[in-house]
Ligand binder design. Structure first.
Ligand SMILES: [Zn+2]
Length: 486
């Protein structure tokens, strides 16, 4: 996989990468508009002007339609669709999930994809739906794995091959499947059968499935979140390490008069003002045709991808994800991810900025990383940890070392006050969540070291965690102390 996918920038688990195909290099993360050859609301060439680098179409539809099949075989899929950039083909597993069976074998479809010149081909995997039984998920996973192995014999040397990951909502199966896929030499790993989770707004479960899959996958494997086309969840999915998206949503939502934004969906009839300045929305007419609405939906989706890429370069992907995850179902997903901060911290690159934008910021991996750095300090004797150095200045000579406090990170050496994360963080007055994180780090530090600690704190540091702190440390409430001493 390493030779077809090169990662150039990273943030959280997200990355900007270069995917090399027979029809050119694609910069990821990217969105592939889904083209139905029977029903093109926007022409592929128009999509390129809107920002599409790569398209996806369904080889199963081409294969079972005699005229299209003949045309695709004689002219190739690129000429058929009128697009000279990379084209990925899906296999019909969606139809399998809807109708229960299809009339062709996986190998037949893989050979067909190769023969029509697809850049990325897909075997027919078995999409076990969410909440399917464990036994069923396991059996279907084995069939899919076997089909991927066979597909390798038929995919040829030009077409990249995907190895779709299944396992339903059983996280251990997702991780196990991902490990097995990583051992096969496939080029792209789609995470499959997650559309029902997205359609029912089960983003928390979706995030857990993606994380479980990532734990099993090689880090350099490009990951495609199959069926994800709504811009409001791109930032979250990229932060979890997804690189490719496909969108039928732009057309499907347009058909139902639904207007996409990166913060959610509007009914077109409810909008009196468009929150967008694309050429369609700038015309000043509210009554958009289906075609115009599809174009806006695609434009706003590509704009979100650009926003995400810039955030990766700026090291502010967490901030963007927190901004996007304000709908309760997305917020649940964000909170679920933050329970995995320890895992993410291992892979997240060193950062240089930290903006505290919500209580969720207090659980970011940067807080764990700060504690790890603290644990490397050599601290002995009597240590004063103070939230207000002015008030404790005259006590300093009684202590071997002074540490300052900053929420949500916790204690730090004054001489490191200009370095990341302390110096490069913008944090409002401590709230409950940030004090909790800072005090938890302080407790961890005291418990892991052999020193005598005194915590001198201002009123605004009052927190229930102080009761836990007093078991291992002397507490010096500065309000009382200060009044007594002046
Ligand atoms: Zn617009």
């Amino acid at each position: 996989m390493a030779e077809v996918f090169e990662i150039t920038h990273k943030d959280v688990l997200g990355r900007i990468g270069k995917l090399t195909t027979a029809h050119g290099v694609v910069e990821t993360p990217t969105l592939m508009p889904v083209i139905n050859p029977n029903m093109m609301i926007l022409k592929p060439q128009e999509m390129r002007l809107l920002g599409a680098q790569m398209l996806i179409t369904n080889s199963y539809i081409l294969y079972r339609h005699p005229d299209l099949k003949e045309l695709a075989l004689s002219e190739g899929v690129h000429k058929l669709l009128g697009f000279d950039g990379p084209i990925m083909t899906d296999s019909g597993s969606y139809q399998l999930s809807v109708y229960g069976e299809i009339e062709f074998t996986s190998n037949e479809i893989v050979i067909f994809q190769r023969n029509i010149g697809s850049d990325i081909g897909t075997p027919i995997d078995i999409p076990t739906p969410p909440d399917g039984s464990y036994d069923r998920a396991l059996k279907e996973m084995e069939v899919t794995l076997q089909r991927i192995k066979e597909a390798k014999d038929y995919s040829g040397d030009k077409m990249l091959l995907t190895g779709p990951l299944q396992g339903s909502t059983h996280l251990d199966l997702r991780e196990r499947f991902a490990r097995l896929i990583s051992e096969l030499d496939v080029d792209i790993c789609p995470i499959g059968a997650v559309v029902p989770l997205m359609e029912s707004y089960r983003f928390k479960k979706l995030a857990e499935v993606v994380l479980a899959s990532k734990r099993g996958l090689r880090l350099d494997a490009p990951v495609h979140l199959f069926g994800a086309g709504h811009p409001m969840m791109f930032a979250l999915a990229v932060a979890l390490g997804c690189d490719l998206f496909d969108s039928a949503a732009y057309a499907r939502y347009a058909r139902d008069n639904r207007y996409l934004t990166s913060n959610g969906t509007y009914a077109l009839s409810d909008l009196k003002y468009f929150p967008c300045s694309c050429p369609i929305c700038s015309k000043g007419q509210l009554d958009l045709s289906e075609r115009e609405l599809a174009e806006h939906n695609l434009r706003v989706s590509f704009a979100e991808i650009q926003t995400i890429k810039q955030a990766i370069r700026d090291g502010t992907l967490w901030e963007l994800v927190e901004k996007r995850c304000r709908h309760p179902t997305l917020l649940s997903a964000l909170r679920a991810i933050l329970n995995h901060s320890e895992y993410i911290e291992e892979y997240e690159p060193q950062k240089w900025t930290f903006l505290y934008t919500s209580e969720e910021s207090a659980k970011r991996p940067a807080i764990i990383r700060h504690l790890k750095k603290l644990n490397n300090l050599n601290l002995n004797g009597r240590i004063l940890i103070t939230t207000n150095r002015k008030k404790t200045k005259h006590l300093e000579h009684e202590f071997n070392e002074i540490l300052l406090m900053k929420a949500p990170f916790g204690p730090y050496l004054p001489e490191l006050g200009e370095t990341y994360p302390i110096g490069q963080s913008e944090v409002p007055a401590p709230d409950n969540a940030s004090k909790k994180s800072a005090l938890a780090n302080l407790i961890e530090l005291i418990k892991s070291k052999n020193f005598e600690a005194t915590f001198a704190y201002d009123d605004n540091w009052e927190h229930e965690f102080l009761y836990q702190l007093c078991e291992c440390c002397d507490l010096l409430p500065l309000s009382t102390f200060y009044e007594k001493t002046i």
